[in-house]
Design a protein around this ligand. Structure first.
Ligand code: F6P
Length: 326
């Protein structure tokens, strides 16, 4: 039987749609199981600065549909130092918080892993990032909403691309991972995706142009994942202007549009399942694991696996995009 009587919950790193649904599920599931909840504002930074509030079920009312995070978020440099982490530990002790639920991406889980090891302290992580780049889970909270936003934006860009017979490079987020670009391209019916995982192996732009990607079309849309490896949409467009001046090229960078907005049903359901599973994990004496979803089943992924391994792209997706865009 778990000895956890009071949990702290925080969101850290980039916000993602569905984080509020996760906060709601964690809070309500903890209270349902007789565990007290303390909301920690602004991630690890707020923990240091003592921005901590008792949470009841009403604190999480009317938030499931809201994007962003009611707990706010921050990137905390102090948490990278042993002194900063010790101060955080002292704050947790002061407030009687005997386990933490952290919601965030790679950086959040990396910090959680170090902290949990240093102080032998129980932490359960929820994967909250639009990038979908955490190993051991098929989906992260926020990814589906961002993907739908990208699809809607590209649908709109297509009107101009078609009317003017233009070649558009649309840059999407992903922090060095191509999931948003590749699946966004498939969903929006784009011609190609330039993604870091493949850029390391071959020159995707040259290949795309040499295989005559515009033979049967007058306009084209190519999604480019933001990354030094791909050069981003600007970098790719500059190259096209120099090497293939016959094309009428435009660039569109979607930016933080992709992080906002009301979460989709899929993200709300995922966040709710994961939030409830996080409390189940603590009750089950699980420690230092990220909650994941694999083949629609909840799984526990050790922090070390979730952050250290690169999540592979499925080759059939590359193939589907190639064939569907001829
Ligand atoms: O990790 C989420 C993400 O949106 C990445 O896709 C992007 O590289 C980064 O955060 C942007 O961070 P910031 O909002 O701090 O500029």
């Amino acid at each position: 039987m778990s000895t956890v009587k009071c949990i702290g919950i925080l969101t850290s790193g980039g916000d993602a749609p569905g984080m509020n649904a996760a906060i709601r599920a964690v809070t309500r599931s903890a209270i349902y199981n007789g565990i007290k909840v303390k909301g920690i504002y602004r991630g690890y930074k707020g923990l240091l600065l003592d921005e901590i509030e008792d949470f009841r079920t009403q604190n999480v009312s009317n938030i499931i549909q809201r994007g962003g995070t009611i707990l706010k978020t921050a990137r905390c440099t102090e948490f990278r130092t042993p002194e900063g982490r010790k101060q955080c530990y002292d704050k947790l002790m002061e407030h009687g918080i005997d386990a933490l639920i952290t919601i965030g991406g790679d950086g959040t889980l990396t910090g959680a892993r170090i902290f949990a090891q240093e102080f032998n302290y129980p932490i359960v992580g929820l994967p909250g990032t639009i990038d979908n780049d955490l190993y051991g889970t098929d989906r992260t909270i926020g990814y589906d909403t961002a993907l739908n936003t990208i699809m809607e934006c590209v649908d709109k860009i297509r009107d101009t691309a078609t009317s003017h017979d233009r070649l558009f490079f649309v840059e999407v987020m992903g922090r060095d991972a191509g999931f948003l670009a590749l699946n966004g391209a498939i969903a929006a019916g784009a011609e190609a995706a330039i993604i870091p995982e493949i850029s390391l192996e071959k020159d995707q732009l040259a290949e795309m142009i040499e295989t005559g990607f515009r033979k049967s079309k007058n306009s084209s849309i190519v999604l480019v994942a933001e990354s030094e490896v791909t050069g981003g949409a600007m970098g790719v467009a500059e190259r096209v202007k120099k090497e293939y001046p016959q094309f009428d090229v435009r660039v569109s960078i979607l930016g933080h549009l992709q992080r906002g907005g009301s979460p989709t049903a899929a993200d709300r359901i995922l966040a709710t399942r994961m939030g409830v599973a996080a409390i189940d994990a603590l009750l089950d004496d699980q420690r230092n694991v990220m909650i994941g979803i694999k083949n629609d089943e909840i799984v526990y992924v050790p922090f070390s696996k979730a952050i250290k391994n690169d999540k592979p792209l499925k080759p059939d997706l590359l193939n589907a995009l190639r064939i569907a865009s001829i």
